[in-house]
Structure formats: structure tokens, C-alpha cells
Design a protein around this ligand. Structure first.
Ligand code: TYD
Ligand code: ZN
Length: 419
């Protein structure tokens, strides 16, 4: 494994090498390594999964960094076109302060779904994504996408080709990137002096408050607070101008920054959120160590619950095969002995096995037809949408187990309570 993983020499934001150890999941398979059904035992690439906090800038991050090409060169995570995410993206388009013909550059643009919405609203768009298989899909849909990591060089090339961007966007990818300074070099190379950088990341405070331990996997290198982002952006001459929360991926923040001196006022939400982070004690060790204790308790509780259901002869399957589901099954010691299969809408995942637990992935149609007694809702970040859609399964006596923050059962309103 030596070739694809290295231990971080210093914090990716501030460079210090002084860490608080928070929690360790041990040698863990890469959550995106969905296996061929006939893959030999041990085929998964295993890498230590250890969470630390930098004592300098308080960045929470992973101690080990997997070579991005190994994770993202061929990527099976396809941008969600679920109702939850589509309506969120449409709102970002509607709220963006842009005129027709303005350039929008998105990094981590995946299959170009979001840029397509901007294009339909009259903007010019350009995407950047290191996943060649996904960039190809984006290009095919007419969203011109550079199949490379976003760097100063790529930013300069985009400027040469298209001019400067009024909006540079990075949705749910900034926390996946080790070279955050290179990305910000890319941003400054293409961003118009009067433009805005907007990034969206899962919010550290939500992760800690809701014990979202399963969102910790090798692709998620950083777990950002607004305070740490302010430090990072400040190093590149970018000042925070706005922040808002978004109910996606377990609770995210959409953070906007602008080149210093552009005269964009800072919205009051920024100071409010920074003050709240101070009040929560994020600059001390307490919240992280408390999270570690809760994580250990949740791993045991979820594992014991599913094992006892299986021991009673109940059938349990996973709903969704997200990376966080792979993490949850492995962290709770669950295998296909307890969890018969997972359903997933992503065709690239169907017919494969979850890494580590080796639970087979099937289509939602097949999974629903097999009618397990319980669906463990691994894609719990879409709970409202999914539970509303699966009324027929519930009415027929099926039950959901929502694992996070703490396992709870969902039954049809008319059904008898779950044991
Ligand atoms: P997601 O939570 O977006 O990401 P991550 O992999 O980072 O944890 O993944 C959700 C997965 O769930 C994705 O593979 C698609 C799948 N899914 C379904 O199977 N059915 C659904 O109704 C929804 C909304 C998602
Ligand atoms: Zn740091």
C-alpha cells in the first residue's frame, strides 16, 4: 500500500506538525473501492483511517493521505440528481449574483449537472474534474470540462481561453482535496477581481453534533469549520463575505469569499457563525474528544442492533451504497452475514460488492422486490426524500432503521411499533 498512501507531514492548511489524536478506525478499505463479485478476499486496498486535529489552525483531518489518482482517476461517485440535491442546486443558481454571459467555473464539477443549470440560466460555464470517466460524461452533455485537478496552471489556462470568472464554485469537493493551496492558486488565477468564490463543504459542527462518524472516510480529508476556512482563504487574499447552512450531506455550509479590496461587505451571518464556533469550544480539545466517545458508543450500538436482528432471523438490507455506508458497515463490524444486500440507484455500483463488508449491491427494484424486514438507511442524508417515496414498503410492514445520529426505527404510521 506504500505507493498510494502517505502520512501527512504537516497540516494542509497551516503546515504545522502538531496533532491531537481524535479517533481511529484502524486499517480500513477505501470506501470507493466497490469490488468485482469475484474479487479475491483481501482485494480491497486498506489504509489507516485516523482522525486528528491540528493544534495550529484547528483543522480536523485525516492523518493519512491517499494518492488522489488512486481514488478519483476513475470515480464511481456520480453527482446526485436526487430531488434534495437538485432543488438545492437550483437555489444556488437562483441566488448567484450573475448576469447573462458571465463565466462560471466549477471545480469538482463531476458530470456537469450543476453547470448545466447555470448554462440554462444563460451563463457561460467551464468545468474542471480529475475523474476522467466523469469529465467525459460532462463533455458529452456539452459542459466543457478539463479532466485534471484544479491548479494555478489550469486556472491560468481557463482565463486565457474564456476570460475571468464571476463565480468560481466548488461543491462538496474542497474537503476531498489535499492540495488546497494549489486549488486556491487556481481560484486566484481565474477569479475576476469583482467575482466570488463559493465553496460548499459538510460542516464540522454538524458532524460533531450529530455523531456523523460514517462521513469519515479516506476521500474526506478535511472537516472544516468556518474559522479554519477563514484562515485558509486569508492566506490567498480572499475574505469571507457570506455563509449559509444547507440541509445536504448531513448539514453543510455554503461559504463565499471575495478578493480583498473588492469592497464586498461581510454579511452578518459570518460573524455570527464564527462566534458560535468559539462558544462551542472548537479551539479547545473538548468537542473532538466528546465526538470520539460518541463514535465508539454508536459503532457498538448499531453493530449490536443489526446483529441481534439477524440472530432473531430478521432480514436486513442496506438502502443506498454510499461511501459512508461502506464506512458504517466496516466500522460496526457488519458483513453480508447480517446485511444481505444494499440497493443503489447508481448503475456503476450495481453488481459490485461493498468494500470490506462485501455486501452485494443491487438495483432498488430488485432490493424492494426481495422485501427485507428492515432497510438500514445507509443514505440517511436523504432520509426525508426516501422515506416519503417508500410508503408502499412501509405500509406492507417494512421498516427503516436510520443509523445517525443514533439508530431509530421508522414504521408506517399505521404499523405496530418495532421491537
Ligand atoms: P451520498 O450520500 O450522496 O454520498 P457519499 O458516497 O459521499 O456518502 O450517496 C448516496 C448514495 O445513495 C448514492 O450512491 C445514490 C444512492 N441513493 C439511492 O440509492 N437512492 C436514493 O433515493 C438516493 C437519494 C440515493
Ligand atoms: Zn493547521
Amino acid at each position: 500500500m506504500q505507493e498510494i498512501v502517505r502520512k501527512a507531514d504537516g497540516c494542509r492548511v497551516c503546515g504545522r506538525d502538531d496533532w491531537l489524536d481524535v479517533v481511529s478506525f484502524g486499517e480500513t478499505p477505501l470506501a470507493g473501492d466497490f469490488l468485482d463479485p469475484d474479487a479475491p478476499i483481501g482485494a480491497e486496498r486498506r489504509v489507516p483511517l485516523e482522525v486528528v486535529v491540528c493544534r495550529g489552525c484547528r483543522l480536523m483531518s485525516l492523518r493519512h493521505v491517499v494518492d488522489p489518482e488512486a481514488m478519483f482517476g476513475h470515480y464511481r461517485y456520480v453527482s446526485s440528481e436526487s430531488e434534495t440535491i437538485m432543488s438545492h442546486m437550483r437555489r444556488l443558481v437562483a441566488d448567484a449574483d450573475l448576469a447573462e454571459g458571465d463565466l462560471v467555473v466549477e471545480f469538482g464539477s463531476n458530470t456537469g449537472v450543476h453547470l448545466d443549470l447555470f448554462r440554462r440560466a444563460g451563463m457561460r460555464v467551464a468545468g474542471v474534474d480529475p475523474a476522467r470517466n466523469l469529465a467525459e460524461i460532462a463533455n458529452a452533455r456539452g459542459v466543457e470540462t478539463v479532466p485534471e485537478p484544479f491548479t494555478g496552471r489550469v486556472g491560468a489556462r481557463l482565463t486565457e481561453r474564456h476570460g475571468r470568472a464571476r463565480l468560481v464554485l466548488g461543491r462538496q469537493c474542497f474537503a476531498h482535496i489535499d492540495g488546497v493551496h494549489e486549488v486556491l492558486d487556481g481560484v486566484t488565477a481565474v477569479l475576476d477581481p469583482g467575482g466570488v468564490l463559493t465553496i460548499e463543504v459538510p460542516y464540522l459542527v454538524e458532524l460533531l453534533a450529530n455523531d456523523e462518524f460514517d462521513t469519515i472516510f479516506h476521500e474526506h480529508l478535511s472537516y472544516f469549520s468556518l474559522g479554519t476556512l477563514r484562515t485558509l482563504f486569508g492566506m490567498h487574499g480572499l475574505d469571507l463575505v457570506d455563509v449559509r447552512t444547507a440541509p445536504v450531506h448531513g448539514g453543510s455550509i455554503v461559504v463565499s469569499a471575495a478578493p480583498r479590496g473588492a469592497g464586498r461587505p461581510e454579511r452578518p451571518a459570518v460573524a455570527r457563525m464564527l462566534a458560535r464556533e468559539d462558544a462551542l469550544g472548537l479551539s479547545g480539545d473538548g468537542p473532538y474528544l466528546e465526538f470520539a466517545r460518541h463514535t465508539e458508543a454508536a459503532r457498538a450500538e448499531i453493530g449490536d442492533l443489526i446483529r441481534s436482528l439477524a440472530a432473531e432471523g430478521r432480514t436486513v438490507a442496506g438502502y443506498g451504497a454510499p461511501a459512508k455506508g461502506a464506512t458504517l458497515l466496516n466500522a460496526c463490524g457488519l458483513t453480508r452475514e447480517q446485511v444481505l444486500f444494499c440497493t443503489d440507484t447508481t448503475q456503476l455500483k450495481q453488481g459490485r460488492l461493498m468494500p470490506g463488508s462485501r455486501v452485494p449491491i443491487v438495483s432498488p427494484e430488485e432490493g424492494l422486490a426481495r422485501r427485507p424486514d428492515y432497510f438500514l438507511l445507509l443514505a440517511w442524508n436523504y432520509a426525508d426524500e426516501i422515506i416519503a417515496r417508500e410508503g408502499a414498503y412501509l405500509e406492507a410492514g417494512g421498516r427503516f432503521i436510520v443509523p445517525v445520529p443514533r439508530p431509530r426505527f421508522v414504521t408506517a404510521p399505521s404499523a405496530v411499533p418495532a421491537p
